[in-house]
Design a binder for this molecule. Sequence first.
Ligand code: FAD
Ligand code: NAD
Length: 466
Amino acid sequence: MNLQYDVTVIGSGPGGYVAAIRASQLGYKVAIVEKYSNLGGTCTNVGCIPAKALLDSSEHYHQALERFKTHGIDVGSLKLNFQQFIKRKSDVVSQNTSGLDYLMKKNKIDVYHGLGSFVDSEHVQVTGSGQSSILGSKYFIVATGSKPSTIPGVVIDKKRIITSTEGLSLNARPKSMVVIGGGVIGVELASVYARIGTEVTIIEFMDSLIPTMDRELGKALQKSLTKLNIKILLNSRVQSATNLGEDAAVNFIDQGGLAQEIKADYILVAVGRKAYTDGLNLEAVGVETERGKIRVNGQLQTNIPNIYAIGDVIDGPMLAHKAEEEGTLVAEVINGQKPHINYNLIPGVVYTWPEVASVGYTEEQLKKENRTYRIGKFPFAASGRARAAMEPDGFVKVIADTKYGEILGVHIIGPRAADLIAQAVTGMHYEGTDEDMFRMSYAHPTYSEALKEAFLLASGQGAINL
Ligand code: FAD
Ligand code: NAD
């Protein structure tokens, strides 16, 4: 077997497999190396996909419990089959990983399962299940992703003190759970468990949930999650967590400066993730890192010219679609093309209910830069579609530049915000103004009309339905 390739990708997450497919489409002989038996990386196996599967199942359960009666649907006594709840999630993951096996075959990409370690800048050793091979390659794309991080005093034992990975595969419905961190993972997994009846507390260090997003989103999300009976403790700093055998305890300083303790079945740690480079043997080739992340230039090239890096292992938002864009970019750069990513237009989505989605500048960022702007904000409570669906919570907030009305940011909390944000990304990609955006026809009745109304308000013309 000829083990010489044009492009070898290390890591098969959304960054890696997209890079491999694009490189193959461009005519290169491609190999992909994955240390686990399943392709797909964090996103497919223990991230985006399983999290969304459980979010969907738990939302159905919650709707059946809380809303069906009002719709005139009487389901009698409702029961959650937790084993099936987790099994369906695992089935969804399997469907996706099998899909990737098919895509690798279809694109004639050679798959190697094992740990990829650099021998020198032109060779990588793959070691797995007692076998070892050396792959020679002209170019390498490192896409080794990230792992959960923790904070001082909190040791993840994967039993009582767990991360999202264990949180997506529990054996039984927990009675109680404390989530450390009110960021994206924190609010998504808190939603899953609160909807199925677990008593959930979120402890967040900052003064808002999802604190990196526009602050109005965090405030509105707090209201919605409070309605779900999630207890939210802001401005609270966790100091330690202890596995007590049957349960666990977390110690923290509350917003009044007092030391507190809460016990729960599980403490789920969701305080961010760190780039993963263990085992790559980057030292052998002298690839530089900075605060644990691989350092790259604007073309995502490391200091070693034939080695590129993409996704969570480099700087930037740790998002699957960011990794995917970078995978495409690198394959095209290798091919001599001049692709470009506008990082300001990478949307961020939180799959709670209501969903949260955002693109462009937040109001806080614009204030900090002393930029002038105007705001159009339309509540879903005034949308006919939202009323028909009993989804009155949330709003669309459009931020436009004062002079020309160019859209600077769109921030949505509400039903189907995750899908609605694509319209804002499109408009901003073409440097559209609020007027460009409201002059288009939006189907009635749809949630998307809330965007049109917010664009109308931002322009100063005034909304129709408010
Ligand atoms: P990864 O997906 O982490 O893949 C890296 C792969 O490299 C892994 O399979 C790993 O085994 C392999 N690897 C590492 N080292 C080696 C080596 N030396 N040799 C061989 N293989 C190696 N993002 C979103 O955009 N939307 C979401 O809804 C979303 N939900 C998430 C939910 C959770 C619970 C979590 C944890 C994350 C979520 N994310 C989401 C983030 C998303 O999963 C990551 O941003 C994305 O997976 C990064 O892709 P990647 O290709 O850079 O790395
Ligand atoms: P995060 O950075 O989103 O949130 C971590 C939170 O923990 C922050 O709000 C931070 O203030 C808080 N925190 C830090 N130290 C603390 C302490 N001592 N006590 C209490 N709170 C503390 O990180 P995450 O939620 O772990 O997610 C990791 C990555 O995964 C993110 O970058 C995210 O983009 C990605 N992800 C994305 C999605 C999605 O796109 N829907 C879903 C899940 C994860």
